[in-house]
Design a protein around this ligand. Structure first.
Ligand code: 5AD
Ligand code: SF4
Length: 482
């Protein structure tokens, strides 16, 4: 079992969301799976389709087009998509004219093979090819199939104003980088999302200002590796060394970008995800500490507590480096929420390696974490080089062990909030009680409290009087204007 958090960006843990906007003449039904980047991409796709008069619908049976934005990170994520395609097949038997398109990482990974394997699919479009959708839809309109899985050096969709799908109108994703150059051996992302490139900072700032005007209260800056953000006028991160001296001198890194964002929308909360240990600079940590509107929360995947395994994973950091980073965060940012991603059962992981993971967790005592069994992905370096040699029973046991340890740590972390006042941004009704609101504090922990006269989008100071490992429970103490 994985620890679930509907806000999380990764794997199959995110709840699928369905669009709900209505403009235009044809209709598109879209489902998104996987990371926040996919959810953000679906908003870009809808914007592109709106321009050619597609309206968004929640009714798949009466749609002209069904799109599924897919995830390949683990086998389970792909199986979920295959199941959904079976469901769409039933829709197609009732409505023969409907077109079915697969977007995202599975489209990129499987390419034309997807058309052979899933006969109902008409359209296969990779993450860098969404601007080609109008042409591709033309192609499929007369019964052909269409595929565009070209990866790009510079596509960042910076000139597209996304159609927002998050129904709460409070928090939005803003993508700032695309792709990943890290090549962790277990990970399919560098193959499905291509090389790292950064988005024009001015277009990011414009999007933030636009969101603020629309009354959004929080943004999450998104990328596979946000700390690696580098703008020098466009182009791939890996080509920065070839840039001119002027370009280099005027380049903007993630710390600078964070500062620009914090200053551009001081009344909005700013979050970012995901950080990679080797790229997170002290400068970034200091900016988080400096600006009140940058949330005191860092998601810092480590993947394993064993240096041997980190090396096999081609992670560019050791446990010593990682712990130094954690120290820096704790020294610079008091009360910083820190979360992790952890993989158990990577090839050649022994009991002693696993013990090291438990030991690391004990040292850091993360606020929460996202934990996975290793899932071999075809085409990755790990799949080519190593045997998937940790048996399923050991994988499952190790996963339960880290999950229970994490629950203990989350409980410990949440206990520290007892009788403290935290600022909560109200996002929705509590799942468990109609009389309570749910939101998050700066540290990204869910807080629930009685609704009184507050409303979604309010920042409220809440005194914590109870807690579980997943939730803080409290009562509003006064109204904090923002
Ligand atoms: N198997 C299991 N977990 C994986 N992740 C990425 N690839 C795999 C894989 N092959 C996890 C990592 C990453 C998160 C997004 O998903 O922990 O940080
Ligand atoms: Fe995958 Fe590693 Fe890049 Fe994250 S940093 S997307 S785990 S290759």
């Amino acid at each position: 079992m994985e620890v679930k958090n509907p806000y999380m960006y990764n794997g199959e843990t995110m709840t699928p969301k369905i669009g709900s906007l209505n403009v235009g003449t044809k209709s598109v039904y879209i489902e998104s799976y996987g990371c926040a980047m996919n959810f953000s991409d679906s908003e870009i796709v809808l914007s592109i389709l709106n321009d050619i008069n597609y309206k968004n619908t929640n009714d798949m049976f009466n749609a002209d087009l069904i799109l599924i934005n897919t995830c390949s990170i683990r086998e389970k994520a792909e199986l979920t998509v295959r199941k959904r395609l079976e469901k769409f097949n039933k829709v197609k038997t009732k409505n023969k004219n409907i077109k079915i398109g697969v977007l995202g990482c599975m489209a990129e990974r499987l390419k034309h093979k997807l058309l052979e394997e899933e006969k109902i699919v008409d359209l296969v479009v990779g993450p860098d090819a969404y601007k080609d959708l109008p042409n591709l839809l033309e192609e499929v309109s007369d019964g052909h199939t269409a595929v565009n899985v070209l990866l790009s050096k510079d596509e960042t969709y910076s000139n597209i104003n996304p159609v927002r799908l998050n129904p709460n109108g409070v928090s939005a994703f803003v993508s700032i980088t695309r792709g990943c150059d890290n090549m962790c051996t277990f990970c399919v992302v560098p193959f499905t999302r291509g090389r790292e490139r950064s988005r024009d900072p001015q277009s990011i700032i414009n999007e933030l200002i636009d969101l603020r005007k629309k009354n959004y209260k929080e943004v999450t800056l998104l990328g596979q590796n946000v700390d690696s953000y580098l703008w020098y006028g466009g182009g791939l991160k890996k080509d920065f060394s070839k840039a001119s001296e002027i370009q280099k001198a005027s380049s903007i890194n993630f710390a600078k970008l964070l500062e620009m964002c914090a200053l551009a929308v001081p009344e909005m909360r700013i979050r970012f995800s995901t950080s990679n240990p080797q790229d997170m600079s002290l400068d970034v940590i200091k900016k988080v500490a400096k600006y009140k509107n940058i949330c005191n929360y860092i998601h810092l995947p480590v993947q394993s507590g064993s240096d041997k395994i980190l090396k096999l994973m081609n992670r560019q950091h050791t446990i010593k480096d990682y712990l130094k980073l954690i120290d820096n965060i704790n020294n610079e940012i008091p009360n910083c929420g820190i979360s992790h991603d952890m993989i158990v059962g990577f090839p050649n992981e022994t009991e002693s390696d696993h013990e090291k993971t438990l030991k690391l967790m004990d040292k850091v005592k993360y606020s929460f974490g996202y934990m996975f069994k290793y899932s071999e992905r075809p085409g990755t370096l790990a799949a080519k080089k190593f045997d998937d040699n940790v048996d399923e029973i050991a994988k499952s046991r190790r996963l339960s062990e880290i999950i229970s340890l994490q629950q203990k740590h989350s409980l410990f972390r949440n206990k520290q909030y007892m009788n403290n006042i935290v600022e909560v941004l109200i996002e929705k009704e509590s799942k468990k009680s109609k009389s309570k609101w749910a939101g998050r504090n700066q540290q990204n922990t869910t807080v629930v409290f009685p609704k009184e006269n507050y409303k979604i989008g309010d920042f409220v100071n809440v005194r914590i009087n109870n807690y579980t490992s997943a939730t803080l429970i409290g009562e509003a103490v006064n109204y904090s204007k923002k």
